[in-house]
Design a protein around this ligand. Sequence first.
Ligand code: RP5
Length: 165
Amino acid sequence: MASAQTDPKVGIIMGSRSDWPVMTRAAEILDALGVAYETKIVSAHRTPDRLYDYAKGAKARGLKVVIAGAGGAAHLPGMAASMTPLPVIGVPVQSKSLKGLDSLLSIVQMPAGVPVATVAIGEAGAANAGLLAASILATSDDALADRLDKWRAAQTSSVAETVED
Ligand code: RP5
């Protein structure tokens, strides 16, 4: 998988095509907020050279934020963060054996000096990664900040007050 919109600001990378059903939730949020992004399969273990090239070139290509999702021995977000100055948001993808606890711990337990902003396991985390990336971009984009405010207001309005609603 590799796709690109014009002038992408967010790079969504994942360790395997099997991660896409989860990572698509980040893409859906960015679509809803009008944030251009690209997607690419980049495996820390199976395609280390691709990871190196991607992370080293991310900032120069105009990306502002990287969202990296992986499962199991999930080294992708941390390795990406070690090779780019861009903020990296790590999404722990649910694994078959350990339900994503392995992914979560692999991503969240970074040593001091190389931060990865880690979100929840699975689809909720991927959606929040999209929102977090948009929030970061919105600090220097008033139009996006306005769209994000409206998105949040719509979410608030959609929550019923009672189970009968
Ligand atoms: C990780 O291994 C990927 O991020 C994926 O979550 C997991 C399993 O990959 P596949 O065996 O499904 O390709 O690298």
